[in-house]
Each structure stands twice: as structure tokens, then as C-alpha cells.
Design a protein around this ligand. Structure first.
Ligand code: COA
Length: 315
């Protein structure tokens, strides 16, 4: 497959670290030093499905494809207002996509899980033109009185259209199941028969453990995946790393011994937008003309599960 088009959409409301320090015991200095985040876009009056649809249309336009050309549509999402149908169905109705579609919930590395699936469909001859949309609103998962989580996240949607080509060189998905590190639960509708304890808990995170997992999973997987196709780090043009924390990105960069210019980032402006993060960054870099033909892009992402994944794409 080949990436034919990219798109992204951010909510219009921008919340700075100083805005947060007005109602939280935090500061611009703490958030900037510990995370690299200066501001984030959060949903106010937007609907996530509208942002997802707009991102998809932007990617389709760049790809020169119509919604009805798609053979498969995979949507990565953790939560949205619809329990059913899937966000993929809601977006399909909005933009006129008519192929089989479904949601995956693979948290922050969702784009790379979707890419891995898309690659398998393509190689099996079951789909040629594939739409992937990653849309997440983690701001709606946090307790906004909990300074250790809510300062980290922003909302957004990203999309790619994939078509015929041989540019997806390798993908690998992984898990180290450990629910306790990053989780959220919600209470479902009651019934006359429910007699168990259920909890409505906003996002809970063991930050230091997630940090260590992210750095170790990413570095191990990037090295192994490059090795699996006989590539060296010198062959890599850019690393598109999940934008969770600038210190995580720096640690990965230092471990790999790679220069800063190979690591484009947007975390300062957007925070962590879960599975949308890699695609928003990809689209921003693409639209400003950063990538040249044949550049090697290495993707790496990690998150709740604990899940992680990597991919290598020739531009
Ligand atoms: N402002 C000010 N102080 C804060 C704060 C905030 N927003 N959040 C936490 N603190 C405080 C803590 O309460 C703690 O205080 P204490 O020492 O009095 O107990 C202190 O800062 C240090 O907290 P700690 O958790 O040790 O900080 P840290 O250096 O590990 O940084 C994270 C915290 C969350 C930024 C960091 O662990 C991290 O980014 N982890 C990865 C999280 C992530 O990316 N998750 C998503 C993955 S997809």
C-alpha cells in the first residue's frame, strides 16, 4: 500500500497551561518541564464524529479519491458519544463511504494497529483503497480536578487514505497486558438483575510506569522492525512518535542516538490526542512539505493495554 492522502482536524478551543493553573494547583513551568506541553485543543461545541468526517474528507481530497472508492474503512477510537453504531458507521453516513467499516479500540497506538490490519487486507487481496480515521477526545475521559492526568491531553482527528503501492514496508503490533497502569471504567444501564459492584472512574494512570513502558517498548520495537527488513537507523528520514510527552520522545531519540531533526513534534501545541496524535503530526508535516519521495518514516506508538506498535513506510 501507499499513503495517498492525509487530513486532520482540531477543535477550535485552545487551553494554555496558564489557563489550567487558574483552576488547578499546577503551573506552566511544571507542565512544560515535565511534558513539553504548552497548550492543547479541547472539544467545546464540536462533535467528534464531525471532526472525524472532516479529517476523512481532507485525506480523500488529497488522495484524489471519492468516499465510494473505498473498499474498507477502519476507525480508531477509545470513546465517543455513540455506544452503537460504531463511529465508523456514523462517519460513513456523513461522508458517503459505503464499504465495510468498523471501530478498533487500541488506545494511543490505534493508528498503527489499523495500519497493520489494512496492510493484511491489502496483501490478502481483499481491499485496495482503505480509509483509516483516528478520532479521540481524551479530554472527556479525564477528571478535570486531577492535575496528574488532565493537563496531558488534547482532542483531535486524523485520517489517511491508502491505495495501491508497495510503500508500507513493515508493521508490528504488540501487547504487555497490564490494565492497572492506565484505565477508565463506566457504569452501564442498570437491570433488575445487577447485583455486582460497578464503578464510574475517570482516567487513572501510573505515570512513571507508563513512561518506562513507552520508552522501552518503542526503542525495542523500532530497532527490531528496522532489523527485520535489513534497514539501519541511517536509512531513516523521520520518526513519527506518539506525542505523549516530550521527555518520552527525547528518551527514545537519545537511546537510538538519532538527531533531533529526525523527530518532528507537535506536542507543545496539541498535548496527547491519543490515537489521533500520529496522524495529526503526519498530516501537519505532509502539508508543510517536510517529506520527500522515498523518505523512510518510522512510526512508533504506545498506550493503554499496555499496547504498542511500530511501522515503517516509504514516502
Ligand atoms: N502540576 C504540578 N504538580 C504535579 C502535576 C501538575 N500538573 N501533576 C503531578 N504533580 C506532582 C505530583 O503530585 C507529585 O507531587 P509529590 O512529589 O508531592 O507527590 C510530583 O508532581 C511529581 O509527580 P510524578 O508523578 O513523580 O511526576 P513525573 O515526573 O513522573 O511526571 C508525568 C508525571 C505524568 C508527566 C509522567 O510520569 C508521564 O508523562 N508519564 C507518561 C504518561 C503518558 O504519557 N501517558 C499516556 C501514554 S499514551
Amino acid at each position: 500500500m501507499k499513503i495517498l492522502g492525509t487530513g486532520s482536524v482540531l477543535p477550535k478551543k485552545i487551553v494554555t497551561n496558564d489557563d489550567l493553573s487558574k483552576f488547578l494547583d499546577t503551573s506552566d513551568e511544571w507542565i512544560t518541564t515535565r511534558t513539553g506541553i504548552k497548550k492543547r485543543h479541547v472539544i467545546s461545541d464540536e462533535k467528534l464524529e464531525d471532526m472525524a468526517a472532516e479529517a476523512a474528507l481532507k485525506a480523500l481530497e488529497m488522495a484524489g479519491k471519492k468516499p465510494e472508492d473505498m473498499d474498507l474503512f477502519i476507525c480508531s477510537n477509545v470513546v465517543n458519544e455513540y455506544v452503537t453504531p460504531s463511529l465508523a458507521c456514523v462517519v460513513s453516513e456523513k461522508i458517503g463511504v459505503k464499504c465495510g467499516c468498523y471501530d478498533i479500540n487500541c488506545a494511543c497506538p490505534g493508528f498503527l494497529f489499523a495500519l497493520d490490519m489494512a496492510d493484511s487486507y491489502y496483501k490478502a487481496g481483499k481491499a485496495k483503497n482503505i480509509l483509516i480515521v483516528c478520532a479521540d477526545e481524551p479530554s472527556r475521559m479525564c477528571d478535570w480536578t486531577d492535575r496528574s492526568t488532565c493537563v496531558l491531553f488534547g482532542d483531535g482527528a486524523g485520517a489517511v487514505v491508502l491505495g495501491e503501492g508497495d510503500n508500507v514496508l513493515a508493521t508490528k503490533i504488540n501487547s504487555q497486558p497490564n490494565v492497572d497502569k492506565l484505565w477508565e471504567t463506566r457504569i452501564l444501564e442498570s437491570t433488575p438483575y445487577i447485583n455486582k459492584m460497578e464503578l464510574n472512574m475517570p482516567l487513572q494512570m501510573k505515570g512513571k510506569d507508563v513512561f518506562k513502558f513507552a520508552v522501552s517498548a518503542s526503542t525495542t520495537e523500532v530497532v527490531a522492525l528496522l532489523d527485520s527488513i535489513g534497514m539501519k537507523k541511517e536509512d531513516v528520514g523521520y520518526y513519527i512518535v506518539h506525542q505523549a510527552n516530550m521527555r518520552i520522545i527525547d528518551a527514545i531519540k537519545n537511546f537510538l542516538g538519532e538527531p533531533e531533526e529526525k523527530f518532528p513534534t507537535n506536542i507543545a501545541d496539541h498535548g496527547n490526542s491519543s490515537s489521533a496524535s500520529c496522524l495529526i503530526l503526519l498530516d501537519e508535516c505532509n502539508r508543510r512539505g517536510l517529506f520527500k519521495k522515498d523518505d523512510i518514516l518510522v512510526f512508533s506508538a504506545f498506550g493503554a493495554g499496555l499496547l504498542s506498535a511500530a511501522a515503517i513506510v516509504r514516502w
